[in-house]
Structures are given as C-alpha cells and as structure tokens.
Design a protein around this ligand. Structure first.
Ligand code: F6R
Length: 254
C-alpha cells in the first residue's frame, strides 16, 4: 500500500488524475472502475482538462461504476448515472456504450445483480478501481457488516450513509433506502485500486482501514490484503494516522 499526502483537495485531485492518466496512457483500452460522490469531482475535472488539452484519449476506455440508487433512473438528477454524465462522460470522448452502471430502475434484484456481474466479467475485469470512502469505512455501498465475499448485490443503506448523502438531496426523506453496489469481492479483483479521501470527517475511517484489524465492520480494511493499493488523501483525512506515523514522499508508512 502506498499513501500519498496531498496539501489540499486540488492537489489530491491532480495526484489522483495523474495516476488514472498513467493507466490510460499505458493501456488505452483499459477498464476503469469509477465512483461518484464529492471526492472524485475534482479528479474528473482535472481529467477533462487534460482531455481538452489533447493529453488524454478515452476512445477505447471502458468504465464500470461502483453503484446506483435503486429506484432512480439516469434522467433523475440524483442518480449516479446522471452524476457521471454531467461530471465526466459528457465532457470526454468515452463512448456511451462503453460506460456501465447498475440499472437503478430494475426492480428484480437477482436479475440486475447477475447482469452487472456479467458486465464486469465481459469487459475482462477492472484495471484501476477508483474509490472514495464513507465515514463509516464503506466502499461502494458495502456497508459495515457486509460479507467480503459478495459480488454485485442490493444494499439497504445504513442511517449513517443516508445522513451523509442527504446533503445531495432536498431532504433526508428523499434519499433512496436501497442501492445496487458492486461487492467487495469484485472490488478486490481489480488489478489496481486508487482510494481518495479528503477532510477530517474521513480521519477515523482511514485510520481504521489502514491500521486497524481487517474486519467486515470496516469494509475498507480489506484493502490491506490487496497488493496494489494507492491512497491519496489530504492531511486532514490522514490526521489520525499522522499522529502516530510519518509517511515518506515515496508513499511508505513509517
Ligand atoms: C460512490 C460510493 C461511495 C462514496 C463514499 C464517499 O460511488 O461508492 O462509497 O465513495 O460514500 O462519498 P464522498 O466522496 O461524497 O465523501
């Protein structure tokens, strides 16, 4: 695991975008696992900027998103499909048919989970998975207590996550109670993982994920077992870890 300390959110976004760019340059037909939420917005902006400057080409890139609210379709402004189009896909030359998200409008859970697992397999697995982290240590919508062995599944969101995501909705009541999420097993099969975290409210989750026991109670703690994980986080998100450790410029925890 390598950990890079960012000075601020802009620096974090630039560092993360650099890592994703390297992946695209080295493998133009790579499969990117993508995330939504506040954390990756700056990373997507930076990638769009480099695309506009002619430094990046998404023509052969495929993407598979982590999750989608159950009940929301792509035209709903709160859906993750809408988020991905407005924050990223509409501004680059990725082919729409190469971008995949769970279908929030599919009511048949078993059918949708099987379809999405099939997509992940058919694209040949994920080369680089971008992750944010929830304050409770969730990755994707894999809430504390979720078995590490799950592939795509339908999740009942925890109160903690509903509270955290209410900021994107008019009221807490509007936050969907369920979502489709890629499972931890699928995330762990990605060849490379890039986790980004910003702000002091992520400090406990990051500390427990990196230095605590590997347990479903802290879903991101499983990343300790992956052999190619890069974390880019600002000083606030790393504050608890930095009390006990130093992090070298090369990304090693000491
Ligand atoms: C989003 C996702 C979530 C978020 C996490 C952090 O696709 O899977 O796990 O990454 O909730 O969200 P933000 O970045 O908004 O703090």
């Amino acid at each position: 695991m390598r950990i890079y300390v960012a000075n601020d959110y802009n620096d974090l976004s630039r560092k993360a975008a650099n890592i994703i760019s390297a992946q695209i340059i080295m493998k133009p037909n790579c499969v990117l696992g993508l995330a939504t939420g506040a954390s990756p917005v700056g990373t997507y902006k930076q990638l769009i900027d480099w695309y506009n400057k002619g430094d990046l080409n998404f023509e052969e890139v495929k993407s598979v998103n982590l999750d989608e609210y159950k009940g929301l379709g792509p035209d709903d402004e709160q859906s993750y499909a809408y988020f991905m189009h407005s924050n990223f896909f509409n501004h680059i030359n990725i082919k729409p048919e190469n971008t995949y998200l769970p279908n929030g409008l599919e009511a048949d859970e078993a059918k949708e989970c099987e379809r999405y697992n099939g997509i992940i397999t058919s694209v040949g697995g994920i080369d680089l998975q971008l992750l944010g982290i929830g304050c409770n240590g969730h990755i994707g919508f894999n809430e504390p207590g979720t078995s590490f062995g799950k592939e795509t599944h339908c999740v009942t969101l925890s109160d903690n996550t509903i509270d955290a995501n209410a900021r994107f909705f008019k009221s807490k009541d509007e936050v969907p109670k369920q979502a489709y999420s890629m499972g931890i097993k699928s995330i762990m099969q990605a060849k490379q993982i890039l986790l980004i975290a910003s702000g002091e409210n992520k400090a406990d989750a990051l500390y427990n994920s990196i230095l605590g026991p590997i347990t479903p109670a802290v879903p991101a703690s499983i990343l300790q077992l992956h052999n190619n994980v890069t974390i880019v986080a600002d000083k606030e998100a790393l504050s608890k870890i930095l009390v006990e450790h130093t992090i070298t410029s090369g990304g090693n925890l000491q």
